[in-house]
Write a new protein. Structure first.
Length: 284
């Protein structure tokens, strides 16, 4: 029987006390154990930022790369070994800002990975500048007169691109978050889970108290996750009421399912014939 402790390591945690990332980390371990996965079967990929430190605190395979570039690494890893369970941990800046182009194309490819975006609505690691998801008029030390741009709407954008699994979690409800992560991993294809993550040091607007007054669970609201238009309406809902849960789910062939060359098994298991490579190189 797998247990969350299997995914513990003894690395000292550097996140601020009270940061929503602690809860997300706990939900990831819980979800992986409940899925019956062992650390060897899991790869976590991240970019740069506070959220991107998540794999430092997990006992499993991991790759910590460049800012905004976690999804290309995950694409390569999944193509090389499509038997691996791959999760990507990203921040709202890392994923929707610096990595926005990769976000769009990973969805188009329907890569079979689970993307967890720790959405704290600021650039946490660099001390709280506005991020793509910061609310209009939010005041930060770098935006003392308030944010002048409309926020990016990740769930609506993912739906517009026909992502097959679109969900929102909340760091203040770890059991619910674990359940969504399990469903996201089970989904064969691209899964986006945008997670409301309070940053207690730099975001004094979207706090636990603020979310506590607004967040509601879609599963208790008779939401039909196969209804695309209903999902789009929920994806645009923000303010007095904020839905969490699975907005939309529909399976279709994933990226690696569509590649004929992978039908005989993962590339990593193939025999490697160096002479064929030499012949190929000689042509150039
Ligand atoms: C190409 C590049 N641009 C900018 C930076 C500086 N930088 C490092 S972390 C970061 C912000 C991270 O914010 P976010 O992705 O929202 O994650 P958080 O720290 O809030 O979890 C920035 C701008 C960088 N490392 N590389
Ligand atoms: S700065 Fe914000 S995101 Fe970073 S560890 Fe502290 S509370 Fe968490």
């Amino acid at each position: 029987m797998a247990c969350p402790k299997d995914f513990d390591n003894n690395v000292e945690n550097k996140w601020c006390p009270g940061c929503g990332n602690h809860a997300i980390l706990g939900s990831i371990k819980d979800a992986l154990a409940k899925l019956g996965l062992s650390p060897q079967e899991v790869l976590i990929v991240s970019g740069i930022g506070q959220a991107a430190k998540t794999p430092h605190y997990l006992n499993c395979n991991f790759f910590h790369g460049l800012h905004g570039r976690a999804l290309p690494v995950a694409t390569g890893a999944k193509t090389a070994n499509h038997k691996l369970t791959i999760l990507v941990n990203s921040g709202d800046g890392d994923c929707y800002g610096e990595g926005g182009n990769h976000f769009m194309n990973a969805i188009r490819r329907n890569l079979d990975i689970t993307l967890l975006v720790h959405d704290n609505k600021v650039y946490g690691l660099t001390k709280g500048q506005a991020s793509p998801t910061s609310d209009l008029h939010m005041i930060t030390r770098a935006q003392p007169h308030g944010v002048i741009l409309e926020p990016f709407a990740p769930l609506a954008v993912a739906l517009a691109l026909k992502a097959g699994f679109v969900a929102r979690g909340y760091a203040g409800d770890t059991e619910h978050l674990s359940m969504i992560i399990q469903e996201g991993v089970r989904h064969r294809g691209f899964s986006l889970i945008d997670i409301l993550q309070p940053c207690v040091s730099f975001n004094h607007v979207n706090t636990y108290q603020w979310y506590g007054q607004r967040v509601y669970d879609l599963s208790k609201d008779a939401h039909d996750s196969s209804d695309y238009m209903a999902a789009m309406v929920k994806a645009r809902q923000w303010g007095d009421k904020i839905p969490i849960g699975i907005l939309y789910r529909e399976e279709s062939l994933s990226f690696t399912d569509r590649i004929d060359g992978l039908k005989d098994g993962p590339l990593v298991d193939r025999k490697y014939d160096a002479s064929r490579l030499q012949k190929l190189l000689a042509e150039f």
